[in-house]
Structures are given as structure tokens and as C-alpha cells.
Design a protein around this ligand. Structure first.
Ligand SMILES: [Zn+2]
Length: 386
């Protein structure tokens, strides 16, 4: 498909979304930060998205989130009503180990195969088709597309978008199997460092092992995870959790270890803050009778959507109108860009297609669910901006 290929009269025709998704998959856009060897970046696929939208009368342009890492942004204005963002990411994870051709999309048994089909060029195509459909018919407000870069690494694209634009709501379109996702967990990465006293391995009277000190801390953190965090649960996303992810220490087998470093990952519930997580880590270390330097490496907020807010209502009613049944409502454990929008004051929920194999060797998205997603997004936009 070329961006200016013949335009079907109905942008929401069943095969239109799958054809566009296949065109997006054919343009490799592996995130350069996570796979430097492949390192396609998002420039080519973002340019294609802009051309495709422009050819259908939708105003579209590129915004550099970082050098060579553009977002494709688009806008359709139907009236003075609220602004809704439809968001999808254009980057993908790497292709090593894949057992299907990553960039030669194929439809078999109603499934579209290829890298990014499920995560998430299929949904990106659904947002683009929805924009084209809205352009063709009346609606009451403004719809923007945020086709962002770098979701799979540091979310540079989503952060750049919310710095530049204001909106009243955002539907993220990560695969949700047709469910309405109202909440997800956040995470905190932290590093703990213990100090010992280096000494010759024979000098038990002088040496203090930083590794042994860290061992006591690891045991205490593990108990805290199993006994305290697992009992702390949220109705939509389940329990909080933490794990010791990496540990490095010691200077040689015949030396008392002068230093030991532990990296922990803590998955947070809606309502939990990085400050609280850091304070709890300090408490656990102290309660174990130990001392450690504790440093925050990275924090991403959780999402806590309001099921009675206009945004959730618009998506619920749109899904019910299109599919004949109200969507299941739930939270998910993994992190998404939705929280970037919410943290910027833009209420966000997630609704997307069905499939399997995100980040895996065989990735596919259900073609019928792409068409359904496009129709639900179009209908939700009409309702939210009315
Ligand atoms: Zn994704």
C-alpha cells in the first residue's frame, strides 16, 4: 500500500484496517534503544502515517520527541467540544528469535502475523482509520492522534506529546482483548548499596563482608514482599510486589567484600508513591539491623481510572453499541503510556484489539478485532466530544 493508494469510500470497511496495519508492519521500526543492532527508529513509519492521513484529508505532522525519533501527530476538528487523544506507539521490540517473517505481514485464518501486529501497529492502524472516518462525518469536538515513539524503552514520545498538547481525555489502544482497562500498576526501580571492610580472606577479626550484610537485607526484603506486599491489594490490579533483580558484590574470592549492590523492582498499586516505596525500603533494612544507601533509579506512576467519568462511559457505551455487549472492565499488572497522560492531567483508559505474542517469536492480531476497535474508537470519539 502506498500512502496515496485508492481510497475506499468507507474508511471503516472490514479489511481497511488490516491492510493499513500490514503496511505499517512492512516498515521496520525496532526501538533503537533496546536493539541497537536493528535500530530502525520510528522516522520512516511516522512519515508514512502522516502521508496516509494527509491523503485522506486529515491534518497530520511530525514532532521530534528526540533527534531522529518523531511522533506522528494528527488532528480532526468537528466542532467546539472536548479534545480526545487516540494514542498508539509506532516502535516495536526486536526480532531476534522470531520464527515468522517479522516485516512481511501475512493473513492466515483471520490473523495478521508480523512484528508489531499485536503490539501495536494493528491498533495504530485502527486509530488512523478512525480519524479518517471522523473526518468524513459530523462530530462535536476535536480528535488528536498521538502515534508516539519509544514506548518500548523510555516513553520519550508520550512525554513529548503531553508537554506540547492539552486534551480532555486519552484512549490508549494497547491490546486489551476488547476489554476496557481502567487501571494499571506503576513501578519503582531502586538500588541498595552495603559497605563492608576489605581485609585478607584469613582475617575474620578485621574483615566485614558487604555481601553477608546484603544477604540479610535480601532475606528481609523477600519476607516483606511475601508477607506485607502480597497482602496489599487493589480491586482492579491485584497485589503489590517486589523482587531482587540483580546483585553485584565482592572484590575477589580471598578478600572480604568491601561493597555489594542490589537492584530491586517494586510494582506499585494506584495510590502508592515512590516516596512511600523508598521509605518502606529504609524501614525494612533498619528492621533487619542493617544499613544501606538506597537510591531511586526510575519511577513510573500507576494508572487509576474512574469508571464513572465521561471517558470510561464513552468507551463503555461505544463498545456496547458496536459489539452488542458491554465490555469487561479490569486492570492490568504491566505498565503502559496511559499513566503518562494521566500524570499530565489527561484522564486515560485503554481499549484495544485481540491477539497474542507481544515481544515473542510469533506475534499476531485478530483481523476482525481490528475492525471492531476502529469502530469503537470512532463511536467513542463521537460520544466523548458531543
Ligand atoms: Zn505496546
Amino acid at each position: 500500500m502506498t500512502p496515496g493508494a485508492p481510497i475506499p469510500s468507507d474508511p471503516l470497511a472490514p479489511d481497511a484496517v488490516a491492510e493499513l496495519a500490514a503496511a505499517l508492519i512492512r516498515i521496520p521500526s525496532v526501538n533503537p534503544a533496546i536493539a541497537p543492532a536493528e535500530a530502525h527508529g520510528e522516522a520512516a513509519v511516522a512519515a508514512f502515517a502522516c502521508e496516509w492521513l494527509t491523503a485522506r484529508g486529515v491534518r497530520a505532522w511530525l514532532e521530534e520527541a528526540a533527534p531522529g525519533r518523531p511522533n506522528a501527530v494528527a488532528e480532526v476538528v468537528g466542532g467546539p467540544g472536548p479534545t480526545l487523544v487516540l494514542c498508539a506507539h509506532l516502535d516495536t521490540v526486536a526480532t531476534a528469535g522470531m520464527t515468522i517473517p517479522p516485516f512481511a505481514p501475512e493473513v492466515r485464518d483471520g490473523r495478521l502475523y508480523g512484528r508489531g501486529s499485536y503490539d501495536m501497529k494493528g491498533a495504530a492502524a485502527a486509530t488512523m482509520v478512525a480519524a479518517a472516518a471522523l473526518r468524513a462525518g459530523p462530530f462535536g469536538g476535536r480528535v488528536m492522534l498521538a502515534l508516539v515513539a519509544d514506548e518500548e524503552h523510555a516513553s520519550l514520545g508520550a512525554h513529548d506529546f503531553v508537554r506540547r498538547h492539552r486534551a480532555d481525555g486519552c484512549i490508549l489502544t494497547e491490546a486489551s482483548e476488547g476489554d476496557l482497562v481502567l487501571a494499571h500498576k506503576g513501578f519503582v526501580w531502586a538500588e541498595l548499596v552495603t559497605r563492608g571492610r576489605a581485609a585478607h580472606g584469613s582475617r575474620w577479626d578485621l574483615g566485614v563482608s558487604a555481601v553477608a550484610r546484603m544477604g540479610r537485607i535480601i532475606a528481609a526484603l523477600d519476607r516483606f514482599d511475601r508477607e506485607t506486599l502480597r497482602a496489599r491489594t487493589h480491586p482492579l490490579v491485584g497485589p503489590a510486589s517486589m523482587h531482587g533483580a540483580t546483585v553485584h558484590g565482592g572484590a575477589g574470592i580471598s578478600t572480604y567484600a568491601p561493597e555489594c549492590r542490589l537492584e530491586v523492582e517494586r510494582r506499585t498499586l494506584p495510590g502508592e508513591t515512590p516516596e512511600q516505596v523508598m521509605a518502606e525500603l529504609g524501614d525494612v533494612v533498619r528492621a533487619a539491623g542493617e544499613e544501606a544507601e538506597i537510591r531511586l533509579l526510575l519511577a513510573r506512576p500507576p494508572l487509576d481510572g474512574d469508571r464513572d467519568a465521561p471517558l470510561a462511559r464513552a468507551v463503555r457505551e461505544a463498545a456496547a453499541a458496536v459489539t452488542g455487549a458491554a465490555p469487561r472492565e479490569r486492570g492490568v499488572a504491566y505498565w503502559m503510556d496511559a499513566a503518562v497522560f494521566a500524570a499530565a492531567g489527561i484522564p486515560a483508559v485503554d481499549y484495544g484489539p485481540t491477539g497474542a505474542g507481544a515481544h515473542e517469536d510469533v506475534e499476531w492480531v485478530d483481523v476482525a478485532s481490528l475492525a471492531t476497535t476502529a469502530r469503537v474508537l470512532t463511536e467513542a470519539a463521537r460520544r466523548f466530544t458531543a
